[in-house]
Design a binder for this molecule. Structure first.
Ligand SMILES: NC(=O)c1ccc[n+]([C@@H]2O[C@H](COP(=O)([O-])OP(=O)(O)OC[C@H]3O[C@@H](n4cnc5c(N)ncnc54)[C@H](OP(=O)(O)O)[C@@H]3O)[C@@H](O)[C@H]2O)c1
Ligand SMILES: O=P(O)(O)OC[C@H](O)CO
Length: 335
């Protein structure tokens, strides 16, 4: 598909990632962006001042290219692509008014790094099952990329994964601009699971940092984490893949080490003694790893993959075990 003839792209979500993705898309000449966000005040502000007042507020968005909608049903009308960029915990309620008919014939792109809550399934599987979108018409946007650095136009890389390369290639072309290189690949499930897992690992990095562990420990934690991610991904979707590429390892590294990582920050607060509730209240943004920890723990009851880091984070966040004691147990398992 060529995007030279005014490609219409609906974006669902009003947070930092949706705002950053719209900024990237605005770099293309022939695009129309149809943006849905839930907050009426923000909608009015964007219509008047052309920037999101709540997230990445310095980013100015072209009014010629971006139209804001109150209803998802309106936003997706006539769209070639629908990008989902809400936290996983809210994806079902955000799409509540949409049916298979509304999404018929469109490519649906998940920019979400989390699982559909309660159902514990991948967002792309949910879209295929509940909205009758063929798997080859779904993609994920992953790779090591923080919204804050996109806002600053710092050189970034994205991974666009689908079950088949052509869908990923078309969309990667749309997401490539002066400061972003988007690379297509055909490992939809591997990339999606790895992106979910890395958030849990970032929580573990934050918790241990908050407890006073240093860089020596974190290097070992992250190395072991990559093996843990590889073991889970291989068990759930066995095939050959290069886990050291940026779609997998890169995504893990940026979240484990970046000052912008929300999951790491959330973990850090837990390590420093905050309760889960207090950390959630303190953070304005959403730490996806909190929800993902529960989903992965639950799906692993069937798969029985050895996931010592995920299990440790689960014990801390959901069973109220003392972080220091849990990490003391974990450190004996790392090599
Ligand atoms: N930020 C990044 O750098 C980045 C990079 C790659 C992928 N992602 C992924 O992108 C997805 C979206 O994350 P984000 O970074 O854009 O989130 P965010 O900046 O933390 O923003 C949170 C969003 O969730 C909405 N929200 C909060 N509570 C809600 C509720 N109860 N019901 C419905 N919506 C609610 C907020 O709306 P209000 O403002 O109206 O409360 C806001 O739009 C996540 O899966 C994340 O992993 C993010
Ligand atoms: O690093 P986090 O926890 O803010 O997550 C954001 C993105 O997934 C990074 O690619």
């Amino acid at each position: 598909m060529s995007f030279l003839n005014n490609t219409k792209i609906a974006v669902i979500g009003g947070g930092s990632w949706a705002t950053a993705l719209i900024k990237i898309l605005c770099e293309q000449n022939n695009v129309q962006i149809r943006w849905w966000l839930r907050n009426q005040k923000d909608i009015e502000h964007i219509r008047k001042f052309h920037h999101n007042p709540t997230y990445l507020s310095d980013v100015v968005l072209s009014p010629k290219k971006v139209k804001v909608f109150e209803k998802t049903t309106e936003a997706v009308k006539g769209a070639d692509y629908v990008i989902l960029a809400v936290p996983a915990a809210f994806v079902r309620e955000s799409l509540h008014h949409l049916t298979a008919k509304h999404l018929q014939g469109k490519r649906v792109i998940s920019a979400i790094k989390g699982m559909v809550p309660d159902r514990n399934i991948l967002v792309t599987d949910w879209i295929s099952n509940d909205f009758s979108i063929p798997p080859e018409d779904t993609c994920v946007i992953a790779g090591p990329c923080h919204a804050e650095e996109v806002a600053l136009e710092k050189q970034s890389y994205l991974s666009i994964a689908s079950t088949e390369c052509p869908a990923a290639e078309d969309f990667a072309a749309l997401m490539t601009c002066r400061y972003v290189v988007a690379n297509p690949l055909d490992d939809l499930y591997g990339v999606e699971y790895a992106a979910i897992m890395k958030n849990i690992i970032a929580l573990a990095c934050g918790i241990t940092h908050g407890l006073g562990y240093g860089d020596n420990f974190q290097a070992v934690l992250v190395s072991n984490a990559m093996q843990e991610i590889g073991n889970l991904v291989t068990a759930l979707d066995p095939r050959e893949r290069n886990l050291s590429s940026s779609a997998y390892l890169g995504d893990l590294l940026v979240t484990a080490y970046s000052q912008f990582s929300r999951n790491r920050l959330f973990g850090n607060m837990i390590g420093r003694g905050y309760s889960v509730k207090a950390a959630q209240l303190e953070m304005k943004m959403i730490a996806e790893g909190y929800y993902a920890t529960k989903s992965i723990q639950e799906i692993n009851k069937v798969n029985h993959v050895h996931l010592p880091i995920t299990n440790s984070v689960y014990r801390i966040l959901y069973e109220e075990h003392a972080p220091a004691l849990v990490m003391n147990d974990l450190k004996k398992l790392l090599k």
